[in-house]
Ligand binder design. Structure first.
Ligand code: FAD
Length: 606
């Protein structure tokens, strides 16, 4: 776990760098292949065509005239039905979506906007405001804007930019709260007063500026969910069915659609089924022959997913650190663990503590979207104290954040991911999986949700080109081919990031103290300039290289300038509220109210 991953990261980064300079559209816009059915369609396309229960008819579309003439069955397949778009005849594509998380709701909106007839089947009985803030990197923001300008504007209203402030890796033992950024020079080698508490800074702003994209930041998942549901309802008010999960499917063959099996025994017919039902996906279980949530005895494997080796605790507090306005997110590294904090707006700091522990070392409930909120193992235990005890000797910056956190806001999740599906397609007949259902990844790059959004967009674009149902199976395979390379790279980078931080990094060696003396400390010291000047620029440039909008010119800077003032006002108001009323009033925010449906919360807000 040392040199091999390092060489891997270099290889991957070189590949990533070279891909970064391929125009973004080329990365996902492989031209749809021409199939026999395309040729058959083209034979009639200039005249327009519709299909009725088993017989195929061709229009002579002269100025919209619907004169129907017989078509020879040898020319046109009888298995297909013609799919309409605003500019062409036929009926709308019928899409069933399993799961209304980030990926499912974004897919629904993309497809509703294209005129498809979409129904989302969501497991939970009512949408609740659960889940912490989610980071949207510049690539995801570009996709959101390309999907819908209105959606982008609404997301921006609730957004907190982090990427324009200092983000990067800090020294978990040496950081002393004075917020000194390590100089780019090497003078800290001989100057004991040179700042050394920042190990590396991420070039998030520079990479976003390279492509003219909005800056990385965060949005609360409940806000995102409310916006997406609302935008979908504007197009199809009853697009979502809650409380009846998808159990399985029967794909009926080329051009004949799919029967979706629901838990209450009922069924629904559609042309395609999109499995976006998260990491413990029922759709994937059937596609790959897995048993839902079935674990190996040691817990290392679960429904085809691999335990990453890490469990993560998360908490939230309203707290004004000395560097609150100057920093976005900070990754504190040290022996065998790391600790992440991020400004998530309204004066709040979200933190994550990652530990290398066996699976099932469970202490706290899990409250993230899609998972059920379980009882804490020992309700009397103060989880903040527990996490502090695992960080003995670490920086006061971390202790201050933990001390300010209400203990009952702490949640935990064992982290699982999957190896990239290089040998098996994500599609089976008229069924396809997207997002965590087929490529769950470690959260280190904050790209799991971003990749689900990219999936949603590329899938919708690919299906839009289909003119009849018998093209759908091929289109789903095309979608898989368009996405697999990029998603594989992001999955690998995400896994490498956590493995390297915990297994290969330690407190960096310094000539001025004894805090980092292991061989890993020397290695960490050695890698510092390479990470700063080669690997991280290549990584972020690659992540942002997918941006269907193209450059947005001056818009990102204007959005950030407008946001900065509001951010300070809302944060200061929260700090005053907490100083007067204590943490319990202003925070924890969504954890406490997790069980309440969105509508109740919306009413409360008013
Ligand atoms: C600690 C942590 C931090 C993270 N931070 C980030 C981040 O900053 N940025 C980022 O981009 N990503 C992040 N991720 C990853 C991100 O959360 C996921 O990649 C993303 O939520 C995947 O979206 P999804 O729609 O595929 O699945 P989910 O969001 O898991 O949604 C699945 C949905 O399907 C429903 N469902 C489940 N089973 C069924 C069924 N049988 N039938 C119908 N519905 C069903 C669930 O109720 C849920 O609503 C993080 C993950 C973790 C664990």
């Amino acid at each position: 776990m040392t040199l091999v991953p390092f060489s891997c990261i270099i290889v991957v980064s070189i590949a990533a760098t070279s891909l970064a300079f391929v125009p973004s559209r080329c990365l996902t816009s492989i031209a749809p292949r021409t199939t026999a059915s395309d040729l058959r369609w083209n034979a009639g396309a200039s005249r327009g065509a519709v299909s009725n229960a088993g017989s195929t008819r061709i229009h002579s579309a002269v100025d919209g005239d619907d004169n129907v003439v017989d078509a020879s069955p040898s020319i046109i397949s009888l298995d297909r039905e013609l799919l309409g778009r605003p500019a062409r005849p036929g009926r709308p594509l019928r899409v069933a979506i399993a799961g209304g998380g980030v990926g499912g709701l974004t897919t629904a909106l993309c497809m509703l906007k294209k005129g498809f007839d979409v129904t989302v089947y969501e497991k939970t009985a009512a949408f609740a405001r659960f889940g912490g803030p989610i980071q949207f990197a510049s690539n995801a923001l570009s996709v959101i804007k390309e999907i819908d300008e209105g959606l982008f504007d609404r997301v921006m209203e609730k957004f907190t930019f982090t990427g324009t402030r200092a983000c990067g890796i800090k020294d978990g033992l040496r950081a002393d709260g004075s917020f000194r950024m390590t100089n780019d020079s090497l003078d800290y080698l001989w100057n004991p007063d040179a700042p050394a508490d920042w190990f590396v800074k991420f070039p998030l702003k520079q990479c976003a500026d390279l492509f003219g994209l909005p800056y990385t930041g965060v949005i609360d998942r409940p806000d995102l969910q409310e916006i997406l549901i609302d935008e979908c309802r504007k197009i199809k008010p009853d697009f979502i069915r809650n409380g009846n999960p998808v159990d399985g499917y029967v794909s009926k063959g080329k051009g004949k659609g799919v029967t979706v099996k629901l838990q209450d025994g009922s069924t629904a017919d559609a042309d395609i089924l999109v499995g976006s039902d998260g990491i413990w996906s029922s759709v994937r279980a059937q596609m790959y022959g897995e048993e839902i949530k079935k674990s190996s005895k040691d817990g290392q494997k679960r429904q085809g997913c691999t335990y990453s080796g890490y469990t993560v605790f998360a908490g939230e507090t309203v707290f004004k650190t000395d560097d609150y306005y100057d920093t976005g997110y900070k990754v504190y590294i040290g022996p065998k663990r790391y600790f992440v904090t991020s400004d998530v707006g309204d004066g709040r700091i979200q933190w994550y503590a990652f530990f290398a522990l066996p699976p099932g070392t469970k202490k706290a409930p899990s409250g993230w979207g899609g998972s059920e909120r379980l009882d804490q193992a020992d309700p009397e235990e103060n989880l903040v104290d527990y996490i502090k005890s695992l960080h003995e000797g670490w920086s006061d910056e971390i202790m201050a954040v933990l001390d300010a956190t209400p203990a009952d806001s702490v949640e935990q999740r064992d982290l699982y991911d999957r190896a990239p599906e290089l040998l098996r397609s994500w599609a089976d007949g008229n069924v396809v999986c997207i997002g965590d259902a087929v490529h769950p990844m470690m959260p280190n790059l904050g790209q799991g949700g971003c990749q689900a959004i990219e999936d949603a967009f590329v899938l919708s674009e690919t299906l839009e080109a289909c003119k009849s149902t018998d093209e759908l199976e091929g289109a789903l395979q095309d979608f898989y081919k368009k996405r697999i390379v990029r998603v594989t790279i992001v999955q690998l980078l995400s896994r490498l990031a956590s493995d390297l931080i915990i297994n290969a990094f330690d407190t960096p060696w310094s000539p001025h103290d004894d805090l980092g003396k292991s061989w890993k400390s020397y290695l960490t010291f050695f890698w510092k300039p390479i990470l700063q000047y080669a690997i991280f620029p290549a990584q972020f440039a690659y992540l942002y290289s997918y941006h269907p909008t193209g450059s947005m010119g001056g818009l990102p800077a204007a959005l950030e300038a407008k946001w900065r003032k509001q951010h300070e006002e809302s944060a200061e108001a929260a700090f005053i509220r907490v100083s007067e009323d204590g943490q319990s009033v202003a925070a924890p925010s969504f954890f406490k109210i997790a069980e309440q449906p969105v509508t109740v919360l919306a009413a409360k807000k008013k």
